[in-house]
Write a protein that binds this ligand. Structure first.
Ligand SMILES: *Cc1c(COP(=O)(O)O)cnc(C)c1O
Length: 234
């Protein structure tokens, strides 16, 4: 069985290779270790190996780990799961990034609830890029309004877009999904030059990070390849 440190090393090598092959700058892609269902001890192991950015999907589970690991002050916490609007206060106070904002109400609440002493909260808009009924994320045609409204909100910095394209699609369709998200961000950057840095594409998981990097990913969200297969959620 390989250790988390070994896994991190091989994922980092995959990222470097894909970045190089895409002709992109070596530091233009960051690894977000997706730690849902993983214990605080496993995260400690990852931190000891140099990993500092962690993505969590379930708020209560995340808050428990954040409390347990509060001695590791250099950790950067990212929320990447579906957001219930009555839970925004805790998200606004405990995280540095939220990748899964998909409606104005949630953004408004995060803005109001972000404490003024904290740096502004980095936001990505989650886009339902495959038009799936079941998936969360806004529709692409809702983006212009969301971007123009959210960019006005204090306490938030609009960093870019996130998507979870259906990994079961054919490779060409999956690639097209990543490409579409990248084009959508580029268009928003042109149409809304003052909306925020809009420098972030959160896309790519364990099975498809190379393709996502070839299409412009800046955060790849990697769970299984870092921590091993997830135990079934009980
Ligand atoms: C679980 C999850 C990931 C990581 O998936 P792996 O295939 O385990 O790398 C990435 N993004 C989101 C939103 C997730 O829920």
């Amino acid at each position: 069985m390989s250790s988390i440190a070994d896994n991190l090393e091989s994922v980092t090598r995959r990222i470097q290779k894909a970045t190089l092959q895409a002709g992109r700058k070596p530091d233009s892609v960051s690894l977000l270790a997706v730690s849902k269902t993983r214990s605080a001890e496993e995260l400690r192991e990852a931190v000891a190996a140099g990993q500092l950015a962690f993505g969590e999907n379930y708020l209560q589970e995340a808050l428990d780990k954040i409390t347990e690991l509060r001695d590791l002050t250099e950790i950067e916490w990212h929320f990447i799961g579906p957001i219930q609007s009555n839970k925004t206060r805790q998200i606004a106070s405990a995280f540095s990034w939220v990748h899964s904002v998909d409606r104005l109400k949630v953004a408004r609440r995060l803005s109001e609830q972000r404490e003024t002493g904290l740096p502004s909260l980095n936001i990505c808009l989650q886009v339902n890029i495959n038009n799936e009924q079941s998936k969360s994320g806004c529709q692409p045609d809702e983006l212009p309004e969301l971007v123009s409204e959210i960019s006005q909100l204090p306490g938030l910095t609009l960093r870019g877009l996130m998507a979870i394209p259906d990994p079961e699609q054919a490779e060409s369709a999956l690639r097209e999904s990543f490409h579409k998200l990248a084009n959508t961000l580029e268009k928003l950057r042109q149409d809304y030059p003052d909306a925020g840095p809009l420098d972030t594409l959160s896309m790519g998981m364990s099975g498809d990070l190379e393709m996502a990097i070839a299409e412009g990913a800046t955060w790849v969200r990697i769970g299984t390849a870092v921590f091993g297969e997830r135990p079934p959620k009980s």
